[in-house]
Design a protein around this ligand. Sequence first.
Ligand SMILES: Nc1ncnc2c1ncn2[C@@H]1O[C@H](COP(=O)(O)OP(=O)(O)OP(=O)(O)O)[C@@H](O)[C@H]1O
Ligand SMILES: [Mg+2]
Length: 305
Amino acid sequence: MNEYDGEELGVRFRLSPPFHIQSRKFIARSAELQQCFACWGIDGETKIMIDDLPPLNFRLEGPPGVGKNEIVYELARQLDRPLYVIQGHEELTPEDLALVLVPDAEESASGAMRFSYNASPLVTALRKGALFFFDEINRVPERTLAPLASVLDERRRIYSALVARDIAPPDELKRGSFRFCCAMNPEGAARGALPEYIDERTLPVIRIDYLPVEDLIAVLENKLVPPKELLDAFRKWYEEEAKTQLSTRQATTLVQYAMAVSRQKKASSLDTIRTASAQVGVKRKGDEAAEDPDEEQSDLEESAQ
Ligand SMILES: Nc1ncnc2c1ncn2[C@@H]1O[C@H](COP(=O)(O)OP(=O)(O)OP(=O)(O)O)[C@@H](O)[C@H]1O
Ligand SMILES: [Mg+2]
């Protein structure tokens, strides 16, 4: 059902639906969660908002697949509050952060083409005083981030060039309960550093690293329920043979693939994990040759002959 807002600003816009958060068992990361709650001025135990200090717009940084999104979802789960999300990408425009004009399906049925305004998840979160998450914020072109500056400081408003209006929370209560966070992988290709004025407004950085093996195993057990033998083989392989640390996503794909393969073919669990790891692109200890791109290339050429 559509929900509208903005009449008192002289523009009627349709609000975004909140992000659908799957119910899922969240494993470990209690120190990181506590840091996030502290930034947002929320008591980690009682989940009560302490509003003697303005909340901080923290930034989660870490390699791909380690669970940055899942942490934000868990915050929303624990707070039992709606979350609004924008996924950053190269084509995102400043209007996508505020209001966009869209054809109005209901009204155009009468024959005449009508348009209406859709509020972005960010505008919706500001108006509702809700939680907001800007994912992959460093993939966004710099000019798109400009209107964000006024959201991230005490002004708490965003300028919509489309309707030439500032949009802010409707009252002090909503203003006080709005919370912002963002995430990025600082090392990835095609992702730049943030412009300084956004960088400064999205601090502190909360670093999210690879899960220790025990926690990784707990995620796998919970998510995939693999046979014990396969999980033991994964642990052995990870501790003794894997050359790099695995993200939660990589480990899940590897073990899921190993489970699928072992249904079809009888091999030892450790061999299955080894084969799957190669296909999931994880280097093993002793795979020195693969580190030299020239040698890797000549290996490929040899095997192609
Ligand atoms: N602590 C955790 N408990 C349970 N599941 C987790 C946990 N951390 C990550 N996962 C699972 O691992 C997968 C990858 O996590 P997520 O998408 O949050 O990573 P990410 O760091 O945001 O990745 P990317 O950098 O690619 O956006 C997801 O399926 C997620 O549900
Ligand atoms: Mg992510």
